[in-house]
Design a protein. Structure first.
Length: 95
């Protein structure tokens, strides 16, 4: 590439697979209260301001990985939802 920045997308998407830890096999990511089923791959948007979910990412609980098809270079991360401790702050609109 001669030190030039690559900005084009890949001609064919590549499969990206990232492992997560769940040493007990209980479906909870180690050291968190995040359920493995809520995990997904996210990518950092241009400019580094926000993360977007990679469409079609899938959790493999047997191999403890999250995979998805990427069509460009960027930073990727596994992000999962944390359960609410209680419903005190929840508001339903309209009333």
């Amino acid at each position: 590439m001669g030190g030039q920045r690559k900005t084009d997308n890949f001609a064919t998407p590549v499969t990206l697979t990232i492992p997560y830890t769940d040493s007990t096999g209980d479906g909870i990511v180690d050291g968190t209260n995040v359920k493995a089923e809520s995990l997904a791959l996210y990518f950092l948007q241009e400019g580094g301001v926000s993360w977007s979910k990679l469409t079609g990412s899938q959790v493999d609980r047997v191999n403890r990985t999250v995979s998805g098809a990427a069509d460009h270079f960027t930073l990727f991360a596994i992000i999962g939802a944390t359960p609410e401790a209680d419903l005190k702050g929840i508001r339903i609109f309209p009333n």
